[in-house]
Design a protein around this ligand. Structure first.
Ligand code: SF4
Length: 259
């Protein structure tokens, strides 16, 4: 399978994993480990059906909200999006003074840098799709769809992957902080940055959107409830028996850092 492209350079690889750990195993072993993880999480949290007829948000909403979500709580992201939309339709947001846009999204972190990026992205979208309908992404080859989205200012591969998987059931895998942390600890991927982890994980996963969606959603839940940033609850973790971090540290898995 062709790895997903990314504009970001790959993070430098860390030291090789000790022999016997997952991170040192061949690709096919780590692909099998991911399938096992998906089954374990399915048994723990249940099915998460991918329903593009009723996505959690419309494509433009997903796209702009995900830009707003960067380094921002979910509550503040929602508040910023809601106030942004009080400025009017997308054309009106493009035409508004950038200071007004920044003020509207002030609940999001870094509003001064996000405001011009949102306006530039909207302009770029309008040039290609004057009605702001992104449905053409459903028909583009996946690599081209990812490139089109990541060429928008402020849109990284995570945002692009969320839109493509959640709204258009394309075979990509969004890697957020939870997905990244759990996979690094279990050892399906070596230590690397979040951007590089997109390519590494996608190369191990089947091109099966319902599979990818369920795994993403259940990893998110597992990261929020069990494999947290600090003091992960390994004693109750369904991934424990095959987790590199648990094999090394036992009940004292350290706080997560990509350094
Ligand atoms: S065993 Fe601990 S470190 Fe490993 S995935 Fe589970 S909670 Fe995370």
């Amino acid at each position: 399978m062709t790895p997903a492209p990314s504009r970001a350079p790959a993070a430098p690889a860390g030291p090789p994993a000790p022999e016997g750990l997952n991170a040192a195993r061949p690709l096919e072993d780590r692909a099998e480990l991911l399938r096992w993880m998906k089954e374990q999480l399915h048994a723990e949290y249940g099915a998460r059906p991918l329903d593009t007829a009723h996505p959690r948000r419309a494509p433009m909403h997903e796209l702009i909200s995900t830009i707003l979500s960067q380094r921002t709580t979910h509550e503040d992201e929602e508040a910023a999006y809601h106030e942004l939309r009080t400025l009017g339709d997308w054309d009106a947001i493009i035409d508004a003074p950038v200071e007004q846009v920044a003020h509207a999204i002030r609940r999001s972190n870094y509003p001064e840098s996000k405001a011009p990026r949102i306006q530039a992205s909207l302009r770029q979208i309008r040039e290609h799709a004057p009605d702001y309908q992104l449905d053409f992404l459903a028909d583009l080859p996946v690599k081209e769809a990812l490139k089109w989205l990541t060429d928008l200012p402020g849109v990284g591969v995570k945002t692009a992957s969320l839109v493509l998987l959640f709204n258009y059931a394309r075979p990509v895998f969004p890697v957020d902080t939870h997905v990244h942390r759990i996979n690094t600890r279990v050892g399906t991927i070596p230590r690397m940055g979040e951007q590089a982890a997109h390519r590494a994980l996608l190369a191990l996963l089947p091109p099966d959107p319902p599979f990818l969606y369920e795994l993403h959603k259940n990893l998110l839940r597992h990261g929020q409830q069990v494999c947290q940033w600090t003091r992960p609850k390994c004693r109750v973790c369904v991934l424990r028996e095959r987790c590199d971090a648990y094999a090394i540290y036992g009940d004292r898995v350290p706080s997560f850092s990509v350094k």
